[in-house]
Unconditional design. Structure first.
Ligand SMILES: O=C(O)C(=O)C[C@H](O)[C@@H](O)CO
Length: 352
């Protein structure tokens, strides 16, 4: 009886695109929910999520029972860590921050038993062999391990062609976020230079015959990657899905409640000037419409202000969301207008 077949590895070898999702909740219950979605693979993130071997194992267990395949990302590519992940029964691993062919070769050795590799032999204790219930595990395990590595900085990209010659690396994942950071575009993986480097790298990986992979939430980039021949594509992240939908649902709930609104006025002959100054000042942060007589400024937070200028006064209506801080918003509006009206005695009276 051989080691369990790695259907994910087989699909990559056959060039069949596999759509996956990053799961970073670091919780088996959440992983079990994700596993009902039907993704081909789920990346259990041991690098950026608060996971340890135990939590990785619990998530792998619940995913294995579904139609999805677990792929575990290690925090870093250490031989002893790989040994533990494989003995725990993980068959597909993703190793971050690979930047040389020597490093890739060491990782290949780490996932293989002697004489080809250095994986320690402990299968009699290991879940991977079903605790020695799989008699042929030792001689069949290597073939079912899928080793995926991440190239995600300038050094790795420079060594990519040599890395792609390393036998035993089943796929190479380009990490846009970390590559962007190393390219001087921290937080801006969508920068044209970064996207160009990513697509060039993916094309080289595909041309080498190895599987190419990436995580991107951008639908256009996802389409482009599949057109390039990417075969392990992660299109979502559970944490961001959950966080964004919770925030949106909280806002839509509060939208059922009345806004907090207050009016105010200031006697001045420069009402139109100050109105236009305030609208221009906040035009880069919020949604702004104005002319010489009236203006509206709205922010994503729910804070907004309407202004009307006459020849003698500036009239204001300030509002915040039901849970917003109206007093703080009034102070912000007052402070900005006082700064613009520094040449005169300017008092803004609120009708609260
Ligand atoms: O560099 C990248 O991009 C990745 O390796 C994926 C990120 O680590 C993932 O956390 C999403 O930002």
């Amino acid at each position: 009886m051989p080691a369990p077949q790695n259907v994910f590895k087989a699909a990559l070898k056959a060039g069949e695109p596999q759509i996956g999702c990053w799961i970073g909740m670091a919780d088996a219950y959440a992983a079990e929910i994700a596993a009902t979605a039907g993704f081909d693979w789920l990346l259990v993130d041991g690098e950026h999520a608060p996971n340890d071997l135990r939590s990785i194992l619990e998530q792998v267990r619940v995913i294995e029972g579904s139609g999805s395949v677990p792929v575990a990302r290690l925090p870093i590519g250490e031989t002893w860590m790989i040994k533990q992940y494989l003995d725990a029964g993980v068959q597909s691993i993703l190793v971050p921050m690979v930047e040389s062919a020597d490093q890739a070769r060491a990782l290949v050795r780490a996932v293989q038993y002697p004489p080809r590799g250095v994986r320690g032999v402990g299968s009699s204790l290991a879940r991977a062999s079903q605790f020695a219930a799989i008699p042929d595990y030792l001689t069949t395990a290597d073939e079912e391990i899928c080793l995926l590595i991440q190239v995600e900085n300038n050094a790795g990209m420079a060594a990519l062609d040599e890395i792609l010659t390393v036998e035993g690396v089943d796929g190479v994942f380009i990490g846009p976020a970390d590559l962007a950071a190393d390219m001087g575009q921290l937080g801006n993986a969508g920068h044209p230079d970064v996207e160009q480097a990513v697509t060039d790298g993916l094309a080289r990986i595909v041309a080498s015959g190895k599987a190419a992979g990436i995580l991107t939430l951008d639908p256009a980039m996802q389409r482009n990657c599949l057109d390039l021949g990417v075969t392990f594509l992660a299109t979502e992240i559970d944490v961001t899905l959950f966080a964004k939908s919770m925030r949106a649902k909280a806002q839509s709930g509060f939208a059922l409640l009345p806004q907090q609104i207050v009016t105010g006025q200031a006697e001045t002959g420069n009402a139109s000037k100050y109105l236009q100054q305030l609208c221009k000042h906040w035009s880069h942060k919020g949604q702004v419409e104005f002319d010489v007589y009236a203006g509206t400024i709205s922010f994503a937070s729910g804070n907004s202000v309407k202004l009307k200028a006459t020849s003698e006064a500036l009239e204001i209506e300030a509002s915040v969301s039901p849970r917003g801080d109206l007093d703080r918003w009034k102070i912000a509006i007052t402070d900005h207008l006082k700064r613009f009206a520094f040449r005169e005695e300017f008092e803004l009276y609120w009708n609260n």
